[in-house]
Each structure stands twice: as structure tokens, then as C-alpha cells.
Ligand binder design. Structure first.
Ligand SMILES: Nc1ncnc2c1ncn2[C@@H]1O[C@H](COP(=O)(O)OP(=O)(O)OP(=O)(O)O)[C@@H](O)[C@H]1O
Ligand SMILES: [Mg+2]
Length: 194
């Protein structure tokens, strides 16, 4: 399984759009993909019609380490071959709670999911089941983004159109580059594309 993370500190630059369409295109080519909506806005969950505003979101349980089996975190979408770990505003609280915790295993949370077994697929691990894992991130680098980077093989800084705020985008790219210089030892083999 290859894990691709879509990241940019700028908002509204098509991170979610890229994640949603990349998953669909890979599905069309016959690959199996797991989406992780790592943004409290839940827009990727909405794109695949799995948004639930009421209950604690699966990605929140993932970040909090509050889950027992991967089957309780993963939902199927209407496309057989695209599954999703959904998000909602509950992720906001979980990210804050993490700042109060002992930092010991904070970056291991998302890693635990990768090697968890999914009984639905005949006791297969997530790593073995899916060809791709695509992570959509919020326009910031919070603890949930740091956690997610621990399972990434490729990070894509989504492109932004030249405009009056392109200056911000330029800063964004350099900030992300420096952040990932720090994060790459955590992930073990991270590369970055722009
Ligand atoms: N190639 C495109 N052509 C036209 N509109 C686009 C394109 N890509 C994205 N959009 C539109 O741009 C808007 C922002 O896209 P999107 O939600 O993917 O950005 P984002 O980076 O995920 O935002 P946020 O930082 O808030 O999560 C959406 O309304 C989307 O439909
Ligand atoms: Mg988005």
C-alpha cells in the first residue's frame, strides 16, 4: 500500500478535490483505495456521501487511540474499492486533547491502523488490502497532520493558482518543506511532490 498525503497550509486550493478525484481515478483503473479524511471540515466525507455530523467520527477515534477493530473505523462508499475513514468537528477536540497527553506514543496512532486487520475482508491487514491510502488534510499542520505523516510515503503540496495571495502559497511551500525535513525521520521514507 502506498500512502499519499495532500497538504498545503493555504485553504481552498483543491486539496480535497485532489484527494477525492485521485481516489476515483485509481478506482477506475482497478485499484483499491482507503481514504482518510483528516480534516475536521469533513469535506472528503461529504464528497463520498458518508458525512455524519452527530457521532464521534472514526478519524477522531483513530487520533484518540479509542478503537478496537479497524472495521469500526472504515466505511464502504458506493464505489466498491473505495473505503473511507470519515471526519467531522469532533476531530477538533481530539486534536486539542492530544496536546494534554504524554507525548510518548502520539505519532503511533495512525500507524496502528495500517497494520490492523479488517475482518470484513477476510482478516486481511489494511496494508495488504488496499493499493493506496489517500489522506486529505486541513490547511494547517496540527497534531493530526503530524500523526498522519507517520504513515505517508508521498506528500503532495497541492498547487495554487498565481494570484494576489500567491505570496502566501510560496511561504506555504517552504514551510511545508521545512516541516517535512523534520517529519521525514518519523515516517521513514517520505518524499514530497509539488
Ligand atoms: N480544478 C478545479 N476547477 C474548478 N474548481 C475547482 C477545481 N479544484 C477545486 N475546485 C473548487 O475549489 C473549491 C475549493 O476546493 P477544495 O475544497 O478541494 O479546497 P481545499 O484545499 O480542500 O480547501 P480547505 O483548505 O478548506 O480544505 C471547491 O469549491 C472546489 O469545487
Ligand atoms: Mg479540504
Amino acid at each position: 500500500m502506498k500512502t499519499i498525503s495532500i497538504l498545503n497550509l493555504k485553504g481552498g486550493v483543491a486539496k480535497t478535490f485532489t484527494a477525492a478525484n485521485m481516489a476515483y481515478e485509481l478506482y477506475r483503473r482497478g485499484y483499491k483505495g482507503l481514504l482518510i479524511d483528516n480534516d475536521k471540515q469533513g469535506n472528503l466525507s461529504k464528497a463520498y456521501s458518508r458525512y455524519d455530523a452527530e457521532n464521534v467520527a472514526p478519524v477522531t477515534k483513530l487520533l484518540a487511540g479509542d478503537w478496537e477493530s479497524a472495521d469500526e473505523l472504515i466505511q464502504h462508499t458506493e464505489y466498491e474499492g473505495i473505503d473511507i475513514v470519515t471526519a467531522n468537528m469532533s476531530l477538533f477536540g481530539a486534536t486539542w486533547n492530544l496536546t494534554k497527553e504524554d507525548s510518548g506514543n502520539q505519532i503511533e496512532r495512525y500507524k496502528a491502523l495500517v497494520y490492523a486487520k479488517v475482518q470484513y475482508y477476510g482478516d486481511c491487514t489494511i496494508y495488504g488490502k488496499y493499493d493506496y491510502c489517500i489522506i486529505d488534510n486541513p490547511p494547517d499542520i496540527g497534531l493530526n497532520v503530524v500523526n498522519a505523516s507517520s504513515i505517508c510515503s508521498v506528500t503532495i503540496s497541492s498547487p495554487s493558482k498565481a494570484s494576489s495571495s500567491t505570496f502566501t502559497g510560496t511561504i506555504t511551500s517552504s514551510v511545508i518543506a521545512s516541516a517535512f525535513t523534520t517529519l521525514s525521520p518519523i515516517s521513514g521514507g517520505l518524499s514530497m511532490m509539488q
